[in-house]
Design a protein around this ligand. Structure first.
Ligand SMILES: [Zn+2]
Ligand SMILES: [Zn+2]
Length: 143
């Protein structure tokens, strides 16, 4: 599949890469919309992000699309669901998570890869930070 792979400072290459393999708790989303946020721009200009992405890696983390594959253990999503996925998930184990301040989690799991035809949403993000897009909501084309 085609993807925009970040190699370093202002070095983004369009390449063919393998479609990500899906583990038991992961979902695979066909990207219908991928946006560029301020963090993406900052990462592109700097060539890296201390916690969020280590090049070479497919850039992009603001996305919506259709689920095309679900892992064998996924119960709450199915193929064909329209979803929006955040780019991180808290660990639920650190001090801040225990204090219900998950936005300050010390072990956030990050995901990138939205600038591609398909993106894998890791199980922890699929479990707590991926949401169905209601059928009545416009804005993301259906397949
Ligand atoms: Zn962002
Ligand atoms: Zn945590």
């Amino acid at each position: 599949m085609p993807a925009a792979v970040l190699y370093g400072k202002e070095e983004l290459r369009i390449e063919r890469v393998a479609v990500p393999a899906v583990g038991p708790s992961d979902i695979l989303v066909q990207v219908k919309a991928a946006l560029t946020c301020g963090t993406d721009l900052k990462v592109y200009r700097r060539g890296h992000h201390a916690r969020m992405i280590t090049p070479p890696a497919i850039l992009g983390h603001e996305l919506a699309g259709d689920i095309v594959e679900v892992g064998s253990a996924v119960k709450h999503f199915q193929v064909g669901n329209r979803v929006v996925a955040a780019n991180s998930a808290p660990c639920f184990k650190c001090f801040f998570c225990w204090c219900d301040q998950k936005n300050l989690c010390e072990n956030l799991l990050f995901n990138n890869g939205a600038y591609a035809r398909y993106v894998k949403i890791p199980g922890p993000i699929a479990d707590c930070n991926t949401h169905r897009i209601p059928d009545h909501a416009d804005g993301v084309p259906t397949s």
